[in-house]
Design a protein around this ligand. Sequence first.
Ligand code: HEM
Ligand code: NAG
Ligand code: NAG
Ligand code: NAG
Ligand code: NAG
Ligand code: NAG
Length: 307
Amino acid sequence: MRNPNHYFKVLILCILAVASTHAQLQLGFYTKSCPKAEQIIANFVHEHIHNAPSLAAPLIRMHFHDCFVRGCDGSVLLNSTTKQAEKDAPPNLTVRGFDFIDRVKSLVEAECPGVGGPYWKVPTGRRDGVISNLVEARSQIPAPFHNITVLQKLFQDQGLGLKDLVLLSGAHTIGISLCTSFSNRLYNFTGKGDQDPSLDSAYAKNLKTFKCKNINDNTTMVEMDPGSRKTFDLSYYNQVSKRRGLFESDAALLNNPVTKSLVIQLLQGSLENFYAEFAASIERMGQIKVKTGSEGEIRKHCAFVNS
Ligand code: HEM
Ligand SMILES: *[C@@H]1O[C@H](CO)[C@@H](O)[C@H](O)[C@H]1NC(C)=O
Ligand SMILES: *[C@@H]1O[C@H](CO)[C@@H](O)[C@H](O)[C@H]1NC(C)=O
Ligand SMILES: *[C@@H]1O[C@H](CO)[C@@H](O)[C@H](O)[C@H]1NC(C)=O
Ligand SMILES: *[C@@H]1O[C@H](CO)[C@@H](O)[C@H](O)[C@H]1NC(C)=O
Ligand SMILES: *[C@@H]1O[C@H](CO)[C@@H](O)[C@H](O)[C@H]1NC(C)=O
């Protein structure tokens, strides 16, 4: 079932900030400013994807977290200074993802100094933010315990709708999660040592026996889409429909008639349909509050604002 092409597509999707609605302009931009940029990225991804196929997951998540705080401006990449940055908000992103970005960036920087990294270079002249704030990340990025009302609000605040919520949650078809992101559902849902009744009890039992053996396990990682975590497929929606979504936020998709019927529709449709819809939605996400003109800057190093 493993198909490297899928990882490749997902990675390129992320790194190029999913700007294909403006593909023509984007190609024009690269041709002028750094003709080899796309090839450099493609080669790097191609060389490394076999070693680390699971990188697609942290990268796609990074893109999401970036866009939901001050728009898609790379602010998630900034390191904390005197103030704690988005990067250090709990639960934060994996170090391997940042390393990967830094390595691609240094290759592109070597080829075209000062041109900037490919993941924010888009035709609209998207630029890098200079502010990255932990508190904002905490309040604007949806949490695994959020219910459907809160999720809808947080997406709406970004100009995204219920359909985007369902489609983008589909990214949980790849990747892994720490037990502590959902272990309250297994051990202490309402503070009475109980289990979340909306989680399939056989699945919960399995997780407790083989994965998250106590509520404080903060090291074990669990596949969000078990058995299929490396494949960008529809099986996440299958899990959700069987009440096996890992987070309350996944389960919440069944608690609204619109999102519930979208889950069912996606399951009845083809994989190609899901890809097309997902791509359109992540393109919308990739356009959130992009900085243009003289806003922001073009960072030299991803982790620091220019001095
Ligand atoms: C709808 C609200 C969402 C919530 C509440 C949510 C929450 C989470 C949580 C808690 C984790 C596990 C973190 C950990 O324990 O290490 C996770 C992982 C992940 N999320 Fe989401 N997420 C949401 C939407 C999204 C969106 C929109 C995307 C991308 C389009 C996304 C992509 C991912 C990926 C790929 C992973 C796996 C990361 C890895 O394997 O390193 N999520 N999410
Ligand atoms: C930025 O911070 C991360 C940890 O958050 C660290 O691993 C990395 O080395 C830092 N980057 C630089 C260039 O100092
Ligand atoms: C993630 O957070 C932990 C503490 O919560 C911190 O020690 C670590 O440096 C952070 N990692 C990154 C990449 O910021
Ligand atoms: C959703 O969560 C919010 C915040 O915790 C709460 O105020 C609201 O009552 C909840 N809504 C539902 C339908 O449970
Ligand atoms: C469950 O939560 C309640 C309320 O937060 C707490 O008093 C209790 O100690 C918790 N039980 C366990 C087993 O963690
Ligand atoms: C994980 O849990 C252990 C024991 O409960 C605790 O000492 C440690 O600080 C925790 N680590 C993190 C990163 O939260």
